[in-house]
Write a new protein. Structure first.
Length: 334
């Protein structure tokens, strides 16, 4: 059910599973993972899925180390800045605006667009951890592509294709941005982050005003189930990329692209991030998918994870010991 602009916030979040607390939404997922752990006789079976990524990418892994494994031609230029490092200038191959993001982060937290050295230094001081500087890709569209390949298979598959609609309003020449945002539930949830000056501006008739340029769910971006666009050509493109990443079998590519046709040809797109087993097939958050189908699709992905881990174990890939796994988490190791 899609809440209207008049729906109370608490009720809208309850009716729309897209806004449920993550711990609540994950209860059935946690039960299923527990079942598979018992079946595998390993509480950390999931750490054997992507041997080239620390703990297969479940938590506290370096995003930059994964980016380094991706072919240069399909990713933005970028660098890793160590915590406390004095930043005096950008490298020659990167210029403002830039994207800054934590090297270890989840769900878009801490991702910012920075426009000058002052903002960069303020970001560095505020974040107080290693972070990535990445060139800003001005390609018009953003997507998330989930890729799965069993070690025994010659080729993989795309199991989820999600396109994104950035939070925006269309001007009518009469109402200000705040009034326009108040007409939809999704936009209304983001109004408190906006400056009063921005909200008071009156866009001209038919003017497209992008409210948020970061394509994350917690910033109002709408995830659109685009699985109907999965094609053999698209699979071939991401098969070729994934085979160049040794020890990668399961995860989600976040990318920016120009057109679907060019993406299918392997042209005019950039992979801005690759996530490991903590990835979600985010098409499930499109309310058109439906709650039952969302859980079914998520369960299917968890099953793939189990099967890949099982094959890797048979190939001699070691899983992280339970004690070591929890020690690393509690000590906050990267």
């Amino acid at each position: 059910m899609h809440p209207s602009h008049k729906t109370p916030v608490w009720l809208g979040k309850m009716l729309n599973y897209e806004y449920w607390p993550i711990w609540f939404f994950y209860i059935p997922i946690g039960v299923y993972i527990t079942y598979l752990a018992l079946k595998a006789r390993s509480a950390t079976f999931f750490t054997g899925v992507n041997p080239s990524i620390k703990d297969s990418g479940i938590i506290r892994y370096s995003k930059f180390s994964i980016l380094e494994m991706i072919p240069e031609i399909v990713k933005p230029k970028g660098i890793l800045v160590k915590s406390g490092e004095d930043i005096k200038s950008l490298p020659d191959f990167v210029s403002f605006p830039i994207i800054a993001k934590p090297d270890m982060g989840e769900r878009g937290k801490g991702v910012s667009i920075l426009h000058n050295m002052k903002e960069l230094k303020e970001y560095s001081y505020k974040i107080r951890q290693d972070f990535i500087i990445q060139e800003f890709c001005d390609l018009p569209h953003e997507a998330a592509i989930f890729y799965v390949k069993k070690p025994s298979e010659s080729g993989g598959r795309i199991t989820s294709f999600t396109t994104k609609e950035f939070l925006h309003v269309i001007g009518n020449g009469r109402q200000n941005i705040g009034q326009l945002m108040s007409t939809t539930f999704r936009a209304r949830l983001q109004m408190q982050r906006m400056s009063p000056e921005f909200l008071k501006r009156i866009p001209v008739n038919e003017e497209y005003v992008k409210i948020e340029s970061i394509g994350n769910h917690n910033r109002g971006t709408r995830f659109i189930n685009s699985n109907h666009l999965i094609s053999d050509k698209l699979v071939t493109v991401f098969d070729d990329i994934s085979k160049k990443i040794d020890g990668f079998y399961y995860g989600r590519y976040d990318l920016k692209f120009n057109t679907i046709e060019e993406l299918e040809e392997g042209k005019k797109f950039k992979i801005v991030e690759l996530n490991g087993i903590n990835s979600e097939p985010v098409h499930i958050y499109d309310q058109q998918t439906g709650l039952l189908t969302a859980y079914r699709d998520f369960f299917t992905h968890i099953r793939y994870m189990y099967e890949i881990s099982k094959e890797n174990k048979a190939r001699g890939i070691k899983r992280t010991a339970v004690f070591e796994f929890w020690i690393n988490i509690f000590r906050g190791k990267g």
